[in-house]
Design a protein around this ligand. Structure first.
Ligand code: IPE
Ligand code: IPE
Ligand code: MG
Ligand code: MG
Ligand code: MG
Length: 314
């Protein structure tokens, strides 16, 4: 095997291992047991939340939490808890993103979207339930015994997912499609596309890396390095997603493709063309690897993650 093939196999194994552990944990967090202060877990809602969150997805965000936390020797069980919270926010964002009022998609992770499987109201409430559960998880002593660390995690996830993060980015994304302006598609420049993508997609991936540093009580310099890596990785991730929308097929990607151009979406593919976007992606991967330089070989797995993000086919 060549070195590159070796590295890919190692990465795959580590990603699979986190995916398996996170599946078990999400399953436990979404079982029928009511928690103190909960009155009941309504069956249809529970089922829809499980449908949205279980059995599917690459689980890249929990992987980032686990592997960043490992840089600082933070216990894996705690990283998995923070990773579960992040994955729940991600899954909720997908269920809402697919709604008729948003991207109106029928296929997600190779299965019918939540509103197709259930109905719109149930899909909305399942998303709401997952978002709220994420913060419940971060607030638990099981996630970290130090309440100060837990508050840091809660704050970072709130900032990454809300008004100035993912939700804000989704708003910019729909606005660019001309949803709120008499149907006029906005012609975005690179600075605007970068902001939109940094918010709608980058912010949650960045949180994954930051969470590892927070759990590991990293020094400010270490935290900054990880933050820079997460920011660059987030940018790369959405460019790869936009490339897949053009070059991928729905059967492999597990969701509809060819939609962005049809809607006149602001992406780097639309601004730079396919080759230009690929060059930018390559550059971002190189920069994200450089950001990890302070950690030396300990960060090899995270460097592989950057390459995986760029090369992925689904
Ligand atoms: C898809 O994210 C949505 C974007 C932010 C582009 P992923 O490609 O990580 O989706 P799953 O979790 O693997 O299904
Ligand atoms: C959505 O971006 C990012 C989210 C916050 C869910 P897209 O709309 O491009 O994601 P896909 O292509 O539907 O997964
Ligand atoms: Mg969208
Ligand atoms: Mg979408
Ligand atoms: Mg997309």
């Amino acid at each position: 095997m060549t070195d590159a093939k070796d590295a890919r196999a190692v990465f795959r194994q580590r990603l699979d291992s986190v995916a398996a552990d996170i599946e078990t944990l999400l399953e436990r967090l979404l079982d029928g047991t009511t928690l103190p202060e909960e009155r009941a877990r309504p069956r249809r809602l529970m089922e829809a939340m499980r449908y949205v969150a279980l059995a599917g997805g690459k689980r890249l965000r929990p992987f980032l939490v686990v592997e960043t936390a490992a840089l600082f020797k933070a216990p894996r069980e705690r990283a998995l808890m923070a990773g579960a919270a992040l994955e729940f926010v991600h899954c909720y964002s997908l269920a809402h993103d697919d709604l008729p009022a948003m991207d109106n998609d029928d296929l997600r992770r190779g299965k019918p979207t939540a509103h197709k499987k259930y109905d719109e109201a149930t899909a909305i409430l399942a998303g709401d339930g997952l978002l709220t559960l994420a913060f419940d998880i971060l607030a638990r002593p099981e996630t970290h015994p130090n309440p100060g660390v837990r508050v840091d995690l809660v704050l970072a996830l709130a900032r990454g997912s809300g008004l100035g993060g993912m939700v804000g980015g989704q708003m910019l994304d729909l606005a660019a499609e001309g949803r709120f302006d008499g149907g006029k598609v906005q012609k975005l420049g690179p600075t605007e596309v970068k902001l939109l993508q940094t918010m709608k997609t980058g912010a949650l991936l960045r949180f994954g890396c930051l969470a590892g540093a927070i759990l590991g009580e990293a020094t400010p310099a270490q935290r900054e390095a990880v933050d820079r890596y997460g920011t660059l990785l987030g940018e790369a991730f959405q460019i790869a997603d936009d490339l897949l929308d053009v070059e991928g097929d729905a059967a492999t990607v597990g969701k509809a493709t060819g939609k962005d151009a049809a809607l006149g979406k602001g992406t780097f593919v639309s601004i730079l063309g396919l080759e230009g976007a690929k060059a930018r992606l390559k550059q971002l991967v190189a920069e994200s690897e450089q950001a990890l330089a302070p950690f030396g070989a300990d960060a090899n797995i995270l460097k592989m993650a950057a390459r995986f993000v760029a090369e992925r086919k689904a």
